[in-house]
Design a protein around this ligand. Structure first.
Ligand code: KG4
Ligand code: ZN
Length: 340
């Protein structure tokens, strides 16, 4: 029997990227992201500017997603959107749009948790990518979150470790800012790190009990270190950029890997998936591949375009919710904070 095609339009607008995707069952037909460069000069996302840019981008981004997928509005079976967590003004643009469109087309509306979506992105049908089996561990690492999650089924997830202060993406971005790099600095730290010596400048790892993380101490340590060395030599940063970045990245990856190793030990689960913007990082990708060989884990690293914020991941959750008839009525509200 052939599978009946289910077409989902997904919308993601939780932070500074306006994104839309169309999925046919588990397969992505289109995945469009409009990035907002307006925040670069401010060194971080400005919420007011983000919501205004979403307003401008959302209609064209959805149109492009439908056109690329070669799907007309009338073929859609449901509309999925990001309910939270995220910036309220940004979330409201996506949810209002999704509600209006679902109402106009008289099709179901599906609210999606952004963090669940980063994890379930691994269930997108993609050639050459295996899907994890339940239960598995997920390390979600982004600009807003750092969590270790025990994933028991599509909608049964347990947070077993998380950051007590900054998210790992913030650790990358704030370190980059200290070095005078533009926002978001994570990818730039990664780029320089690949040509530097990770042992050049030793930074100490924080001592946090259990499976929790802390990154604010590391940021302060880097700040004092850079201030001290720059006071001695004003060209310190420019002459050592690659080594500084490599040393920062090495420390951050060591913090993440030590905790995930502990989580594997504690739970006996050897399937480990990473998700969220920071899983684009070359250091964490290499460390996961090494751990696969060294400890016999099975690791899952998403395709690059499904790591940073995107709507395809919202669509795959939408599809699985559609199969379970997990629909929302139009009174559903956006939430800046929302549990898994
Ligand atoms: O998931 P995401 O796109 O948005 C949030 O939900 O936060 O994650 C964005 C974060 C930013 O902090 C960015 O600097 C970081 O992911 N990031 C990276 C890399 N690519 C993106 N951090 C380190 N290395 C990268 N290659
Ligand atoms: Zn995200």
């Amino acid at each position: 029997m052939t599978e009946q095609p289910i077409y989902i339009l997904a919308i993601e607008s939780s932070c500074d990227d306006t994104a839309a995707a169309v999925l046919q069952n588990g397969k992505v037909l289109s995945n469009v992201v409009a990035r907002q460069s307006v925040h670069e000069e401010y060194g971080g996302v400005v919420p007011e500017l983000a919501s205004r840019a979403h307003q401008q981008n959302i209609v064209p981004v959805v149109d492009v997603a439908l056109n690329k997928a070669n799907i007309s509005r009338n073929q859609l079976n449901a509309i999925a959107f990001t309910q939270g967590p995220g910036l309220m003004g940004s979330l409201l643009v996506g949810s209002s749009f999704a509600k209006s469109m679902a109402q106009a087309l008289n099709i179901p509306l599906i609210a999606v948790n952004h963090m669940q979506a980063h994890i379930l992105a691994h269930f997108i049908d993609e050639e050459g990518y295996d899907k994890p089996e339940f239960p598995f561990l997920a390390l979600t690492i982004s600009g807003g979150h750092t969590q270790i999650v025990k994933v028991n089924s599509y909608f049964d997830m347990e947070v077993i470790g998380e950051t007590t202060d900054d998210a790992v993406g913030e650790a990358f971005d704030k370190s980059a800012k200290i070095l005078g790099l533009p926002y978001p600095g994570g990818p730039l730290v990664d780029k320089y790190a690949q040509e530097g010596n990770p042992k050049a400048f030793p930074f100490t790892k924080p001592n946090v009990p259990g499976l929790n993380f802390s990154f604010s101490g590391l940021k302060t340590q880097i700040l004092y270190f850079v201030q001290k060395r720059t006071a001695e030599d004003t060209t310190f940063i420019e002459n050592n950029m690659k080594d500084i970045c490599a040393s920062i990245q090495y420390t951050i990856i060591k913090i993440l890997m030590d905790k995930i190793k502990q989580a594997v030990k504690d739970t006996g689960i050897k399937q480990v998936a990473i998700g969220g913007g920071v899983s684009a990082n070359s250091g964490i990708r290499n460390a996961m591949k090494e751990a696969e060989k060294k400890y016999g884990w099975k690791t899952f690293i998403p395709k690059f375009e499904y790591t940073t914020d995107n709507a395809a991941m919202i669509g795959i959750v939408g599809y699985h919710k559609y199969l379970e008839q997990m629909f929302n009525d139009f009174s559903v509200v956006s939430k800046a904070r929302i549990a898994l």
